[in-house]
Write a protein that binds this ligand. Structure first.
Ligand SMILES: Cc1cc2nc3c(=O)[nH]c(=O)nc-3n(C[C@H](O)[C@H](O)[C@H](O)COP(=O)(O)O)c2cc1C
Ligand SMILES: [Fe+2]
Ligand SMILES: [Fe+2]
Length: 395
């Protein structure tokens, strides 16, 4: 095991860093690569491996644990393949090891990886496993972001192995987040992409975790948080109902008319003291868009009409916003059309899961002129009024 990846005596990071992976879930760009974190915990009697790595990097994990003669337990906090996919390879090298998970995890590991019944030990919420001088406590934290997700707490060392929760897609040479400038953005991006749809349940999990003394959070992606207070506080803010005086403005324009509307609305909102985050959907990175969704109060979707509805890139962005369940409060549709359109109905329908308070749309036939611009000014004032009424702190 690598000395540079030693957390404490008998406690090591043994995962795999993938500097060159560029896409996750076949959707989300990974500008900084990622890591699959696995950890070895040694007691005086037993040795446990916490999670594994993506199956593509199983050899790296096996290499990192080749000094382990007897492996008693493989703790599986989460059955998704980026953490469980190398468990079969570890079991081949260590036929003595048992896979420790909860009943839901067992079901998923059986169906996804074909792990046999007799290899499992299932644990209940709060159950412990004694390694000899070191105790692992299993804490159920379902739906971050699958139904079986749990965390493992190493009591004596006050280390929380939180799996995807508190993770980040950030490949680094060092072990700890306190030395990484990019970590705050990377953790927020990870929260936005993976955790945001489960905001309400995470709020409960954070309260549950408040009951534990935690010196180190060791997640399954990105650097280890050796000063965990900041990352926990940031999550508490993101899952709260506090919204920012910000308008998210995703847009497409084929021939420039909708773009003129977007430009005008941007200026009008700035005049009202409202921050605007614009996304040209021809080039938008879905991760950055998700980050902006974390705390904005309002979304204004701007689209030309395209074969009756909205432009396909806009449809996709509206679908993603709806699926990620951000705490947006207000919405509107603006755009240009030529002869007749149902784009407002379509976008409103796509966003319906968010239960937004929708404002009057602004539609312009062809190129926007006086009345269209006036309507956009009125929309900007209306947004300011709604933000104020909703108690959002105006900048
Ligand atoms: C492929 C394509 C499909 C279109 N479909 C419609 C439509 O169904 N209904 C409509 O009113 N206009 C339709 N239009 C016209 C545009 O919506 C209209 O020209 C608008 O002003 C374009 O705005 P833009 O300059 O922001 O791209 C279509 C245009 C294109 C290029
Ligand atoms: Fe996951
Ligand atoms: Fe993951």
């Amino acid at each position: 095991m690598l000395e540079s990846k030693k957390i404490r005596e008998g406690l090591y990071w043994v995962g795999a860093t993938d500097y060159s992976r560029r896409l996750f879930d076949a959707l989300i760009p990974l500008p900084d690569g990622t890591s699959y974190n696995a950890y070895i915990v040694k007691g005086t009697e037993k040795t446990a491996l916490i999670d594994s790595v993506d199956p593509d990097m199983a050899d790296t994990l096996l290499d990192n644990i080749k000094g382990i003669e007897r492996l008693d337990y493989i703790i599986s906090n989460h059955a998704e393949q980026d953490h469980s996919g190398a468990i079969p390879a570890v079991l081949r090298v260590h036929p003595e090891a048992k896979v420790v998970t909860n009943p839901k995890g067992k079901g998923l590991l059986s169906s996804h990886l074909g792990i046999k019944e007799d290899r499992f030990i299932t644990v209940a919420d709060g159950e412990t496993l004694d390694l000899g001088g070191r105790t692992l406590e299993f804490i159920y934290i379902p739906w971050v972001h699958w139904p079986e997700t749990m965390a493992t707490y190493l009591r004596e060392d006050r280390v929380l192995f939180s799996c995807d929760l508190f993770g980040s897609h950030l490949a680094t040479s060092g072990l700890y987040s306190s030395r990484e400038e990019k970590v705050t953005e990377a953790v927020k991006r990870y929260y936005a992409e993976v955790m945001m749809p489960f905001r309400t349940i995470i709020r409960k999990h954070l309260a549950k975790l408040d009951g534990y003394q935690i010196d180190i959070i060791a997640p399954s992606h990105g650097p280890v948080h050796n000063e965990p207070a900041a990352v926990v506080a940031a999550h508490k803010e993101w899952v709260s109902d506090e919204r920012k005086n910000t308008v998210l403005l995703p847009y497409i324009s084929m021939h420039g008319s909708t773009l003129k509307m977007v430009d005008h609305l941007t200026d009008a909102l700035c005049e009202e003291g409202i921050k605007v985050e614009r996304f040209d959907l021809t080039v938008t990175d879905a991760g950055r868009y998700a980050v902006s969704l974390v705390d904005a109060a309002t979304i204004v979707v701007a689209t030309p009409s395209f074969l009756t509805g909205a432009h396909p890139h806009v449809v996709s962005a509206a679908f993603l916003a709806n699926a990620l369940r951000p705490k947006l409060r207000f919405g509107a549709v603006i755009g240009s059309y030529a002869w007749g359109t149902r784009m407002v109905e379509q976008v409103t329908d796509l966003l319906s899961g968010l239960k937004l308070d929708m404002m009057e749309p602004v539609l312009v036939k062809g190129d926007p002129r006086g009345d269209g611009f006036k309507a956009l000014d009125a929309l900007a004032s209306e947004i300011k009024k709604r933000h104020k009424e909703d108690g959002i702190e105006l900048s």
